[in-house]
Design a protein around this ligand. Structure first.
Ligand SMILES: Nc1ncnc2c1ncn2[C@@H]1O[C@H](COP(=O)(O)OP(=O)(O)OP(=O)(O)O)[C@@H](O)[C@H]1O
Length: 237
């Protein structure tokens, strides 16, 4: 049972220099699964994820977790499109979230080694992280996010610019995380990936949730002409 969920969002708005970039958004996230956020470039996918995670300032509305905000912050993680590598080894990068949470060094290193193996980086534990390939860096970022066993994991385009093999490996890691009970909310431009992973879909247009629902219905019988056009690959603005 997640301590954080349900997440209730009411009238949430994000602004940059007085321009609304996302919202108002009403949304409820609960239960297990993967919510996939899709929509055209600039629709506000990154901004919505950042708003929910708390890295984008809320200009109006409410975002309520089922627990106090401070606890919610500690039980969630965010994986960026281009992950930041600390100028340290793979093991030290993966152990970092435990280190800042005060976990003893030996235990943190052992857990990092275990996570490195789970994501297929067991052989490169002592390599300097910034020299890893794009796919390896993304796997490292996932291990570093999952090592805290987050209740909720946000991912912004985690497979952008990765080849098919790296994408498949990362999708397997994401599905395993879901099966262990982590609630995933991720954006993607890749409709194949959206279909493979989504339990629920949020379709964003011009900063608002234009359509949402279970993936099974959304992909087979979308309600709105814009969602139908988007799924067909037409240009939707
Ligand atoms: N730092 C910023 N300053 C000003 N405007 C911004 C900033 N970041 C994003 N925006 C604007 O906010 C809107 C939403 O951007 P956002 O990156 O959230 O969309 P997106 O759906 O993730 O796009 P993409 O698919 O291209 O990654 C866009 O119009 C963008 O230009």
């Amino acid at each position: 049972m997640s301590r954080l969920l349900p997440l209730a969002v009411e009238g949430a708005v994000g602004r940059r220099r007085s321009r609304t970039i996302v919202g108002p958004v009403d949304l409820r996230i609960e239960g297990a699964g993967i919510t996939v956020v899709i929509g055209p470039n600039g629709a506000g996918k990154t901004s919505l994820l950042s708003l929910l995670h708390g890295t984008e300032r809320l200009a109006a509305g409410r975002i309520d977790w089922a627990c106090p905000l401070e606890d919610a912050r500690h039980a969630q993680a965010f994986v960026f499109q281009r992950p930041v590598m600390l100028r340290r080894t793979v093991a030290e990068n993966i152990a970092y979230p435990l280190q800042i949470r005060g976990v003893a060094r030996k235990e943190a290193q052992a857990r990092a080694a275990d996570w490195a193996r789970r994501v297929g980086l067991g052989e490169v534990l002592n390599r300097y992280a910034p020299v890893l390939s794009g796919g390896e860096q993304q796997k490292l970022a996932l291990a570093r996010a999952l090592i805290i066993e987050p209740d909720v994991l946000f991912l912004d385009e985690p497979c952008a610019s990765l080849d098919g093999r790296a994408m498949r490996e990362i999708e397997e890691i994401l599905l395993a995380a879901r099966d262990r009970g982590t609630r995933l909310v991720m954006s993607t431009h890749n409709m194949g990936q959206a279909r493979r992973l989504a339990d629920e879909v949020l379709f964003l247009l011009q900063g608002r949730i234009h359509e949402s629902g279970p993936a099974s219905t959304f992909f087979t019988a979308p309600d709105t002409p814009q969602a139908r056009a988007f799924l067909k690959g037409d240009i939707v603005e």
